[in-house]
Design a binder for this molecule. Sequence first.
Ligand code: BDP
Length: 705
Amino acid sequence: MKKCIGIGFIACISVLNSFAEDGHQLWLRFAATKVAAMPLTKVTGDTSLLAVKEYRRAVSAMTGRLPEVSSQLENKSLLFATSGNKTIARLGLSTSLKQSGPEGYIIKTVQLDGKQLTVIASESDKGLLYGAFHLLRLIQTGKANDELNITEKPSYNVRVLNHWDNLDGTVERGYAGRSIWKWDELPGMVSPRYTEYARANASIGINGSVLNNVNASPEMLSTANLQKVKAIAGALRPYNIKVYLSINFSSPAKLGGLPDSDPLKPAVRKWWKDKADEIYKLIPDFGGFLVKANSEGLPGPQDYGRTHADGANMLADALKPHKGIVMWRAFVYSPGKDERAKLAYKEFQPLDGKFRDNVIIQVKNGPIDFQPREAFSPLFGAMKKTPLMPEWQITQEYLGFSNHLVFLASLWQEFLQSDTYCKGKGSTIAKVTDGTLFKQPVTAIAGVANIGEDANWCGYTFAQANWYAFGRMAWNNNLTASDIADEWIKMTFTGDPAFVNPVKDIMTTSHETVVSYMMPLGLHHIFAWEHHYGPEPWCEVPGAREDWLPRYYHKADSVGLGFDRTTQGSNAVSQYYSPLKEEYNNLSTCPEKYLLWFHHVPWDYKMKSGNTLWNELCYKYDSGVKQVRHYQTLWDQMEQYVDNERFSQIQFKLRIQSRDAVWWKDACLLYFQQFSKRPIPYDIERPVHDLDELMKIKLNLKHHN
Ligand code: BDP
């Protein structure tokens, strides 16, 4: 018999952990807790509401009894009510509800006519659904009580997953099996998994899905495929998930048979307008388009001498009558124009103010590409008249796929809390993007999904935490990684502190750990060619673009290591506001975590620790390895708290991560040592591999997994 979860006013009987779980239930494992008594087992409200259904379903799973529904207000009952309800007016909640908007809600314990009620109130059914999941989260994490007073409003209006899923069922950078969208079976067969997916998203506040890859096929917009999209939209709609599509900019030519796709030509504009009308006839609440244009060989307005604004505005005009939006990506780096980290800013910043009000520019958190750590993209704060939305990568393309335990909330927190100084001190990216500092017609945030058809959805239990964290931070961009880890662990495993505390330590240090064993001190993009799993700082590919090769980024030579982006070098620092640009520009004030991002640093440069750069690098790699080994020992002590199946999977994956960490350390230290010509400090573990042997490794991993 195991200890039970401390669930506030709920009495537990027991939780047995010896059974197997495949992780399919994600953080919605209500069945895992046996609850003997629970006050809120009476519900007042409309039973046809999804919020009420979800609440009853979960409580019934936890208690074994389906909560009763009553038409009267009863003592100790839970009332679901939208703003029209007369009890809401009596309780004086109408004004606060209006301020919380259609997706916001209030959860409050109140006294009315001598009865104690818990109220979940919202302007709309959507907010009630989010409110129900909030209360369920409180119950599962032991935080429910009878003094609740919660008012919630999402940080961003649009909170979307970007699926990089192709029509042939493959997923670009997907590590959890094939796509969950079964294009072959649709529209005739609508998999029940779509509903499960929608429910999981709704439980964490996600309200949109871009169904297909940003490297979009023009075929996505064929009438036959739109019928399939309609079927998916139908499955997601009850959970307040809108569908969006990535489009290929040359669709008018490639799909529509027009001579070209020039955005200023009337025939092209009409083609898009007609296509939008066709889509909205099928899917009246369609969200809009996501566009990757003139990036990595894809077509775009520049093919016709037009600007990103010309292209985006044409699509915006087609969508406007239907209230759709355009999410136009700023992930561009045309060859030869300047160094890569500067290019997006150079192309987009001059277009500030030139976009329609239903266009939002989607910008990756860093100026290069979802690296384990990057300085933030200087576009944030630089476009004051154009809304910008952050794009995060939930799928771990550059972070060990679904093999490494890396809790990305720490990275995202670091990003959101970065100060851009665009309106003076305190102009954090959170405030720049969520409408706090600039009035924005639309606010949004996107995460590249890590979801596939694997039973556990993400290929690894701990990868589920990143899907969870994306939703939670998109809802509330002030949450900390530690808060989110705490919730997720309790819901996914157990609330026993003997489990929660060590696992939370693992999760909240895991990002720094991966940075240490892959790319410490600001190193970046030294991955193996194409698939990006494992180290290849030596990578040579004849004929490859220079900015696709690691040496472009690490610049190792006999003098030192790192990319000089100071005023003496590429001058990327000039794209940041003061005092940041000066801070980054100066070797002695540049934060050490970004040192080699902004500076080419001599091997003997003295770090804050007193070590030389070379020694510090060695210690960093070594500490990353040690940390993963430590996670292994901690995890092994958790066996008694977890079911066998998930315990063994995690144990197995940590072993892979540990081996990979040693691989990274040996490969990078032995390779860079050829330039530093300095010994590896004696107090760290010796390399166990030979560089020659490591340089021969060629993993046969496909780009589409
Ligand atoms: C890179 C990926 C590539 C994507 C591209 C993008 O390697 O597969 O197509 O980003 O975001 O990180 O468009």
